[in-house]
Ligand binder design. Structure first.
Ligand SMILES: Cc1ncc(COP(=O)(O)O)c(C=O)c1O
Length: 385
């Protein structure tokens, strides 16, 4: 018998892989638009970052590292934080991706009876880790009619004495939204009124097509945990390196550091590769954005041409969250598309209640692959109507 904590645990983005494997086992090729992994397409980790990780292995850095992260790596994280957000945090903790930072934060703050406020739609890990921590995720609405910006009234109405944590994902997965400075300030004020610690997930902060202000740069005395890492900005999601930056939250900071000691340390050579990614040239970021913009524009054009689909234009990262007209069972829609046309997307309801009637796709593949995928989606939609 498994515990209540893990029973029924879901992660929509990977849960859809099983039916896709069945189709592949029948000998069909599936166009996979489900996972936000640039390395599965024509993007790669910069050479100098790979070299640094390899060099670390050659130099004998194959030991258990410091639990917090080796000092020179932490120094580079702090310098990056200052460059991007205007200040250094009180402390940093290297983690196995931003994901481990989600675990550490939730285990520190959420227990039975506690609630974490998370966006809807949201990156589903936050819902699942809420469940694992024994507490509950409560979703605040992000408004599709307002470029998927958080609805502050809805957020305010959901704060109770059980609320222990507020999660902000900006730039956002799954919507690709980027929040305005004014919006971020209001969120910080609201958290401040209720003395709520914020988790600011900024994992896509270099992959923004227009203006961007980080929530971190605006915080003065609100308790804040910022999550970031190598996966997206530096195109190395398989390395599993990220970090937590703590501001104004000494107790949470120490609780997370203690968890860091319990799990020993991060992958040491990968941490040194991350240092090179932080300190070294950033040319790959501009190249990545240029490719992504071309693909986003192509995708938006194709979506606009398909009856029954509409989409708020993503302003960052590599996800789109189109709406499917007249569809309530979005999971069935995703499965039907997979079975009939061999295109794998993710059902919007897997991202929370505001995702119902939508699907999430990545626009990471080159235009010829996207063209093939959209020809299939168009045919599928035409047969439906
Ligand atoms: C919003 C968001 N946060 C965190 C993560 C996980 O990042 P990492 O690879 O650093 O664990 C992802 C991955 O897709 C994400 O989209």
């Amino acid at each position: 018998m498994v515990t209540k904590r893990v029973s029924g645990l879901k992660y929509a983005i990977r849960d859809v892989i099983a039916p896709a494997k069945e189709i592949e086992a029948e000998g069909h090729k599936v166009i996979k638009l489900n996972i936000g992994d640039p390395n599965r397409y024509d993007f790669d980790t910069p050479r100098h970052v790979k070299d640094a990780a390899y060099q670390a292995m050659l130099d004998g850095k194959n030991y258990y590292g410091d639990s917090q992260g080796d000092h020179p790596v932490i120094k580079s994280v702090a310098a990056r934080d200052k460059r991007f957000n205007g200040s250094e945090a009180d402390a940093y903790l290297l983690t196995a991706g931003a994901s481990e930072g989600v675990y550490f934060s939730f285990l520190s703050l959420i227990g039975p009876g506690d609630e974490a406020l998370v966006p809807s739609p949201n990156y589903p890990q936050y819902m699942s880790v809420s469940q694992l921590s024994g507490g509950k995720a409560v979703e605040y609405l992000c408004d599709e009619d307002n470029m998927w910006a958080p609805d502050l009234d809805d957020m305010r109405s959901k704060i109770t004495e059980r609320t222990k944590l507020l999660v902000v994902i900006n730039p956002n997965n799954p919507t690709g939204a980027v929040y305005s400075k004014g919006m971020l300030k209001q969120i910080i004020d609201l958290a401040g009124e209720h003395n709520l610690p914020i988790i600011s997930d900024e994992i896509y902060d270099q992959l923004v097509f227009g203006e961007y202000t980080s929530l971190t740069s605006l915080v003065k005395d609100t308790p804040l945990i910022t999550l970031n890492g190598i996966s997206k900005n530096h195109i190395a999601p398989g390395w599993r390196i990220g970090y937590m930056a703590f501001r104004n939250c000494p107790d949470i900071q120490e609780a997370c550091m203690a968890q860091g000691r319990v799990r020993l340390c991060v992958n040491e050579p990968a941490a040194w590769g991350f240092k090179a990614a932080l300190d070294g040239p950033q040319d790959h970021v501009e190249e990545t954005k240029k490719k992504l913009l071309r693909r986003r524009d192509y995708m938006m054009k194709r979506i606009a041409e398909i009856d029954g689909l509409s989409c708020v234009e993503p302003e960052a990262a590599f996800y789109a969250f189109p709406k499917i007209e007249g569809v309530s069972d979005d999971k069935q829609w995703v499965l039907d598309l997979l079975h009939k046309e061999h295109v794998l997307t993710v059902h919007g309801s897997g991202f929370g209640y505001a995702g119902r009637g939508h699907f999430r796709m990545v626009y990471l593949p080159p235009v010829d692959v996207l063209a093939d995928a959209f020809d299939r989606i168009e045919r599928f939609m035409a047969k439906r109507i």
